[in-house]
Design a protein around this ligand. Sequence first.
Ligand SMILES: [Zn+2]
Length: 343
Amino acid sequence: MTEAATPVTDDDHTPLLGPGQAVVAFDVGGTDTKSALFDDAGRMLGLKRTQTPHHAGETANAVLDLVQELTARYAIDFPSVDPVAAGLIAPGLVDDDLGIALQAANLDWKDVPFKQLVQARLGLPASFSHDVRAAGEAEFRLGAAQPYRDVVVIVIGTGLAGSIFIDGRAHIAHGYAGEIGHAIVDPNGFPCSCGARGCLETIASAGAIARRYQSLTGIRPDGARDVLARAQVGDDAATQVWESALDSLAVSIAQLTAFLAPEAVVIGGGLAQAGDALFTPLRHRVDELLSFHRRPVLLPARIGQNAGLIGAALRARDTVGGPGVTGETRQAESAPSTDKGAA
Ligand SMILES: [Zn+2]
């Protein structure tokens, strides 16, 4: 299996994690699994992308085999780095607290106790978390949301999901919190893969933006950013699709603001790279929808495409109580203010 592993080229060895225990981290996706070793300086080493194995009824075991093989490979490639814990993340419905994969649309498993199974395979303490929550955790502890305690991180990609931090702590609710992509914004809208109708994901995810443009025009765009580029040069269908995505996203953020009053809403994923073309009209729309509410700052994610892996490493370190910026320490350290400035 590891023969298929290829180094990912954007390995910049940024010591984002800071000093702490050496850990190994895995980001299991429907198509690829990313992995890396983090040394005690927090450097990311040996970043690899390997095809995720799919075997009917045995996918979880095949993923565990892969995790074991990659860990053995790291021991050979980096003999001086001895990981003391492992962090695994995956999509779908994940109970981070118990370390169980409840289910996943693109991965053939149900109720798999990955935390326990990884521990048994590797003989190391392990964490198992949801991929978007792990990415959100990286933004919360090390990235754009670092100055804040009440935060929602939204990741807009093929799907759309969020992670919620309240008073310095992740709000997980056994895996059911943060599903902003499956909160309904139009009860008469498009059918969603989840079985409901008019979920935010059916309008505002990068996947939906591309799909909707194609269904209106018959032209297959090169992703959501291409739809935005077409809207910017006056393509009517692209403008319609893009603006309705912005409108729906703004409604969802306004709802979140009324319920949770986050100090910051951080937006990551491919679509966030649109920068001002996304954030300027979105800030305007959210502002228009709110009245007395405290406006959250809307910020682009900072950590980039390895945020999930970095979050997995943070949670691996948490399992061994290594020095890290945990929610609890942040709560203890930070005064209840929002003006700590840029980190
Ligand atoms: Zn849905």
